[in-house]
Structures are given as C-alpha cells and as structure tokens.
Design a protein around this ligand. Structure first.
Ligand SMILES: [Mg+2]
Length: 264
C-alpha cells in the first residue's frame, strides 16, 4: 500500500513538473505572440472580428466554398486592401505569367484555328469602381444598380489580362470573349472593351436574353459550338470556377482571383 502511495505521489510530481514546463513554454509563446501578431496587418489576414479573411478567401479561390451570397461583413476592410492594394494585381500577374509560359510552349498548327476563351467581368474588365462603393462584396448583389453601372461602360481594364490578350494575338492565337452579360449589352460592352484598349478579338459571345440554365451549362455549350466549328480551344481564363468547368473546358484553364462574388 505504501509503495502504491509512493508511486502515486511520483506520478503526481512528474505530472506537476511536466505541467509547469508546459505552462512555462506557453508563457514563452504568449510572450513572443505580440511580435507575430504585429506582422498580421502586413500579411493581411484581416481577422479583427474573429473571421479569418485570408483563409476565407483561399477557400473561395480553391472552390471549397460555394454558393455564397456575400463575404463576411468583418472582411470588408481586408478585401478593400486586397483589391485596391498590390496583392490582387500580384496574384493576377502570377496567373498570367503561367498562361503566357504555357501559350509560348504550344505548337500551333499555323492555320489560325487556335482560340483562347476570355471571360469579361473581373477577368478582362474590372468592376471595382462599383464594388468599392458597395462594400466589396459584403452587400447582397443588386441587379438593378449593377446593370445601371454596366450600362455606363466605365469598367476598367485588368492590365495583367490585357497583357495575356495581346501576347496571344502576337503568337497567332485568337481571343474569344465569352460572357454572362446578356445580348442587350453588346454595344456598351464593345465600347467599354475598346475604350480600355482591347482590340483584335475574334468573337464576342453574349448570353441570350432569357437563357434559363447555369453559367456552366451556358459557357460549356458555347465552347462546344466553337469546337464544333473547327476551332481548338487551347486556353480558357476566368475569375469564376463556372468559367472553367464543364466540357469542353479548353486545353488548359486559368483561374484569376475574385473574392467579391460567386457565380455558380
Ligand atoms: Mg467574370
């Protein structure tokens, strides 16, 4: 009995020593925490109200988070900094660098049949002036006010995408715009694209008014028509997964960043 009691005391002693060592380690960790946290604003994790905005954005970009209507309200500042600062441009540049490397490595038939599909909104043109006034995606989408904005034709160029667009033309690959914008916006879309420096595209495909199915069904159907017409879709770039999913998706797909909204 005495031996058992002694063993019990020893176990307790070891546990206490281990516990205090762990506590000391924890204290040390806490002591170094402010230095780590001081880097947070620079890294842009933006979690002031407990929502890890950078993790949220990663889940969106990886298509793990789907069918969402708005981004967390506490991420408005984070998204504003991301979109208006260098980060968004930098992320886009990495995508475009990859796309150009891929395109330059292609062996083209030389008969002008290779095309590259470009989405428009948040791919070729940026609606950031609108979203900056409407909470960077923290407010519910308002079709009326957004359509009014589109009809102004004042969307801005996304320079990294334009770099790819021009490079493809120089390589002999024809750009095709394929957008969820409806046919009634053709004139303003052409004017907006031209005004922002785009020229030389092969086709501008807009959605028929009243089309009832999903973006994936619409866009993959249009790509199928291109393919049936004898064209080879060597590349496809968009900001939504619905731009690049659905057969035929193209020889290679490229996903540009867009944490502002989701189109299924
Ligand atoms: Mg888009």
């Amino acid at each position: 009995m005495a031996a058992a009691a002694a063993t019990g005391r020893l176990v307790l002693f070891v546990a206490l020593v281990a516990g205090s060592a762990w506590a000391a380690q924890k204290e040390e960790h806490v002591a170094t925490a402010p230095a780590i946290h001081a880097l947070r604003p620079l890294l842009g994790s933006g979690s002031d109200l407990g929502v890890p905005c950078d993790s949220w954005r990663l889940a969106v970009e990886a298509n793990n988070k789907r069918n969402w209507k708005t981004l967390p309200a506490s991420c408005e500042d984070y998204l504003g900094h991301y979109m208006l600062g260098e980060h968004y441009r930098r992320d886009s540049a990495v995508v475009v660098d990859e796309a150009i490397t891929y395109a330059e490595g292609l062996e083209l038939a030389g008969n002008g049949t290779e095309v590259w599909v470009f989405d428009i909104d948040e791919t070729s043109l940026s609606n950031l002036p609108y979203y900056a006034k409407h909470g960077f995606g923290t407010k519910l989408y308002n079709a009326t006010s957004f359509n009014e904005y589109v009809l102004e034709g004042s969307a801005l160029v996304l320079p990294e995408t334009q770099r790819l667009f021009n490079k493809l033309i120089s390589l002999g690959i024809k750009p095709v715009f394929l957008t969820g914008r409806t046919e009634d916006k053709r004139a303003i879309t052409v004017a907006n694209l031209c005004h922002q420096g785009y020229s030389g595209w092969m086709e501008l495909l807009l959605k028929p008014i009243g089309f009832k199915s999903t973006a994936i069904v619409y866009k993959s159907g249009e790509r199928q028509k291109l393919q049936d017409g004898g064209y080879i879709i060597v590349g496809n770039i968009g900001d939504q997964w619905s731009d690049i999913l659905g057969v035929p998706e193209g020889g290679r797909t490229f996903k540009l960043p867009d944490p502002l909204y989701y189109i299924g």
